[in-house]
Structures are given as structure tokens and as C-alpha cells.
Design a protein around this ligand. Sequence first.
Ligand code: ADP
Ligand code: MG
Length: 243
Amino acid sequence: MNSDDFSELRLEGVSRAFGKSAALADLTLTVKRGEFVALLGPSGSGKSTALNCIAGLLPLTAGTISLDDRRVDHLAPEQRGFGMVFQNYALFPHLTVRGNIAFGLKMRKVPRAEITRRVDAALALVQLSAHADKQPGQLSGGQQQRVAIARAVVVEPPVVLMDEPLSNLDAKLRHEMRAEVRRLHQELGLTTIYVTHDQEEALSLADRLVVLSDGRVQQIGTPEEVYLRPINSFVADFMGYRN
Ligand code: ADP
Ligand code: MG
């Protein structure tokens, strides 16, 4: 599976329950190739559940996930091949930056010369060429998160899933990395689904927002639509809230 052979990711009625409680109910959403979609909602609204369902880390209790007409919801995470970036970087501590970024390519048995070429390009993209031979422990939080992003995108996944990737960073760095994430999305022509509880982050990054509350979609729309024309009082309150 590579990024050139689909035009949209389709979620239809995607649901996940834990016991009797629905963490995510009936999420229907089409993400076009190249689009940046933010899943936005307060803590406990089902954002991570949705992302984990898309990644294949969590089985669905109902619904389907497809790349165009190809069902992927029965596939294991590796078979879906989506790139993933999480809040707690989850880098391999004993590998160098280069080793971390190369890992997925080695797993895929990409020839060595091509690995070197692609890792060098990824390092340049996230501006870490000078740090290629360091270990994660020698890097700042922002640099570590850049490595995590490089590692996710170097395999050119069809879809990149990010779960609050910046929320462990201080405010200044969070703003810088926001621009970085958007730039990488653009330059690499990624299709990105980005989870955040931060309204401002979602508004500034995404082409479209999916606002969740209690596992249910409240509104799907462009930043302008959601911000200027909230569909109900939940969205109005949530979007108006500033911390
Ligand atoms: P968010 O990422 O928006 O904060 P989550 O998707 O993590 O929300 O959680 C949505 C709801 O599902 C919450 O009520 C949470 O307690 C519940 N939940 C999430 N994961 C589990 C789990 N593994 N077992 C039981 N309940 C869970
Ligand atoms: Mg979460």
C-alpha cells in the first residue's frame, strides 16, 4: 500500500464500546488524500479511541474503514501501514536518531542505499541533520518529537495519525512545532488526522475539524464554519472557551 493508490479514507459508522459505555459512537467521515483533519474535543470525548480504531490498535464494535473501496478494518496495524505519532514520543532509546528514523525502512527491507537517501532527506526536513548520530536522550523534547514525526513519515504512509503530538511541549515550542507539522504535511503531500483538545491548534492547523463530545460527532466543518457557525451550544461553548 502506498500513498499514491487511494483518493480517500472512509469511516462509516465507526463505533467502539468498552463494556456498556460507548467511547466512540457512529463516526462517519471521509478524509480526502492530502487533507488535514483535526479531531477536536475535551478530554474523554473519544478522540484517541477514534485514532486507535483507524490505526488498527483497537478493534471496532461496529462500522467500516476503507481506503476508497478497499476495506482495511480487518487488517493489523502493520498491514494498514499508517504512520503514527503519539504524545510520548516512544522513540527507541538505544538507537541513534538515524537508527530510529531508519527502523521502519529496515523492517520493510528497503535497500541500504535507499534507506540512507531517504533518512537523510527526512533528517533535513525536520532540521536534525546535525543530530543524526545522537541518541534520543541527548535531544530536547521538541527535537525528540521531530524524530518521531520523521520516523512516521519516512515510510511515506498513506495516512499519518497524530495523537496530541505537541501537548508535552512548552507553549513556545508548541507554536513553533505547529508550523512545522503543517509545513511537513504540505511539503510531503501527507494525509493527516490530528487529535487535539486545543481549539486554537485545531483551527490553525486543519482544513476540516471534527468536534467530538461524549464519543459523538457534534460538528464537521472548516475552521471558519465551526468557529463562526457552531451547530449547537456544545460547539459554541467549546470553541469560545479560551485557556
Ligand atoms: P480522549 O482521547 O478524547 O481523551 P478517549 O478516546 O481516550 O478520549 O476515551 C473516551 C472514553 O472511553 C472515555 O470515557 C474513556 O474513559 C473510555 N476509555 C478509553 N479507553 C478505554 C479502555 N481501554 N477501557 C475502558 N474505557 C476506556
Ligand atoms: Mg486522548
